[in-house]
Design a protein around this ligand. Structure first.
Ligand SMILES: CC(C)(COP(=O)(O)OP(=O)(O)OC[C@H]1O[C@@H](n2cnc3c(N)ncnc32)[C@H](O)[C@@H]1OP(=O)(O)O)[C@@H](O)C(=O)NCCC(=O)NCCS
Length: 353
């Protein structure tokens, strides 16, 4: 057995070999991290290391670790996989341990990963990972705090907040933000699968959280109808997102804006409650973007139970519209309810007046 370590970008042949291997193990669904990232697309934003073992030429096991350049306190691990014939020989254990060592060298604070596989969870637990409540995401906190203690402390320090367009630098920092239980149920109803607070629904995604936003920003051509695609080509980009970051580089909120086929700009987003004062500028940035796209109207679709969020939108000038069952007012989004832990919670539609 030989062990190998690569900093991305890696060459195309190796990337193809890895993606074929992962497809055999994880199946055909979209990978959490697309191949372009391995070829260097996000090199400015994230340091990304791939560790693997071989038996002669045979690729036997892999593990990847991503560390944001602007937030070296955090890392996210993914692509933990061992070829079935080689399982139970300690390969995953060794590769995850090496990833942790790699992270410890830069004095990192916490490494996140996600798994629904109990065999993997046992390995992770032995290496120091602890499950974050109401999720299948695990955090390995280097000072031995529980994940919940770490997350509460992380967001405690006040700071000035700045709003900037979202980019790949938040791939890992969005994990602690989205794994913190927030009071609002629906954090972002714009996403194809609405983002729900872990206070209300289990979160089963870790390194795949970024992808959930990417589906709004750059839906794959298969999921887009011809009409949507033609419209997209005509208008250019139809969605944008914004990150609320503290002066000391913490990600504390995310908003999205999406222009639909009726040229209505749908906006939504959330912020950690300690930074509530910056919610209006965060949503304001999404609205401003919609204005640049010449949107005719602005809409938001919220859970009826998220009354505080609704009050925030009303402060921004939004007003509830009658549901299509009661009236004829055009709505920004088609669904009438959110599914939150198998419970249907009615949605309320708001329009900016
Ligand atoms: C989960 C997975 C990565 C584990 O890989 P692995 O290389 O078999 O893991 P390890 O060998 O390190 O550990 C597995 C078991 O073998 C044991 N083991 C470790 N070293 C060993 C050795 N030298 N000899 C024999 N057994 C060993 C471990 O103690 C562990 O025991 P457990 O089943 O009681 O927990 C692998 O099963 C896999 O690829 N699964 C599908 C993909 C997946 O779910 N990935 C993780 C989530 S993203």
């Amino acid at each position: 057995m030989t062990r190998h370590r690569y900093d991305t970008p890696i060459n195309k042949d190796l990337a193809r070999e890895l993606f074929n291997f992962w497809e055999e193990i994880f199946g055909p669904e979209d990978p959490d991290i697309p191949i372009g990232v391995f070829l260097g697309e996000e090199a400015d934003h994230n340091r990304h290391v791939v560790l693997l073992e071989r038996d002669g030429d045979v690729l036997t096991g892999t593990c990847g670790i991503m560390m944001p350049r602007a937030n070296p306190n955090f890392a996210g691990i993914g692509e933990v996989a061992t070829r079935p014939e080689y399982r139970g020989r300690g390969i995953a254990n060794r590769l995850c341990q090496q990833s942790l060592d790699e992270f410890a060298e830069q004095d990192g604070e916490v490494v996140f990963l996600g798994t629904e596989n109990p065999a993997a969870a046992r390995i992770y637990h032995r290496l120091g990972w602890r499950r974050i409540a109401n999720s299948t995401v695990y955090a390995n906190v280097t000072n031995d705090d529980s994940p919940e203690e770490y997350l509460a402390d992380y967001f405690r320090t006040p700071s000035t907040v700045n709003i900037a367009p979202g980019d790949a630098s938040i791939r890992v920092p969005m994990i602690p933000l989205l794994l913190t239980p927030h009071d609002w149920q629906v954090l972002d109803g714009n996403l194809p699968t609405p983002m729900i607070s872990t206070r209300y629904a289990e979160q089963n995604s870790c390194m795949g959280l970024y992808r959930k936003y990417q589906y709004l920003l750059a839906p794959s051509s298969q999921s887009e109808g011809g009409r949507e695609r033609a419209q997209r080509e005509r208008r250019g980009m139809l969605a944008e997102w914004f990150a609320a970051k503290t002066d000391d580089g913490r990600l504390v909120g995310i908003a999205t804006a999406f222009v639909d086929a009726e040229n209505v700009c749908n906006v939504d987003g959330f912020i950690h409650k300690r930074f509530n004062d910056s919610y209006e500028p965060l949503i304001g940035a999404a609205i401003k973007w919609g204005e640049w796209q010449n949107s005719v109207q602005f809409a938001a679709r919220l859970s009826v139970e998220d009354e505080e969020k609704q009050a925030k939108f009303e402060t921004l000038g939004f007003r509830p519209t009658p549901s299509p069952l009661q009236g004829e007012i055009k709505r920004g989004a088609p669904d009438d309810a959110f599914t939150i832990s198998e419970r249907e919670v009615p949605a309320v539609s708001l329009m900016l007046e």
